[in-house]
Design a protein around this ligand. Sequence first.
Ligand code: HEM
Length: 115
Amino acid sequence: MVDDKPRLNYVMAFLSEILRFRNALPIGVFHKTMVDCKLGKHNIPENTRVVLHQYCILMDQAHWDKPDKFIPERWFDNEGQFLSNKPAAYIPFSYGRRICPGEMLAINDLFLALR
Ligand code: HEM
């Protein structure tokens, strides 16, 4: 049952690490600016293709210790509990307004298949 999620820490950690380590959409879904925009210090003109390079972020050493290693234990806090707050760089479902609306369903499905 999905209610078992809080008890099965290792299954949740394994699942999170799989989604980081072998992300299904490494370059996300392409977007296009509809108006001139500013992102940080970058000016992005209207009609520009924008790619959120999920692979780069999910494998970035600046955000992950040994990113090229499969380490489910990285998802535990000091007490061995599954992290309730995900790192900002954890973006397998993208980010922002168009973030995947199926995230919870996908996580629950994968959990039920793995448990
Ligand atoms: C492991 C499974 C899944 C992964 C990794 C995933 C990942 C993603 C990503 C990266 C996007 C692109 C977001 C963007 O445009 O920046 C997306 C969009 C979307 N996903 Fe998923 N997804 C998963 C499962 C699902 C499921 C189960 C559903 C629905 C039942 C779903 C429905 C959608 C829809 C409708 C969009 C388009 C959202 C929009 O453009 O506003 N996804 N997904």
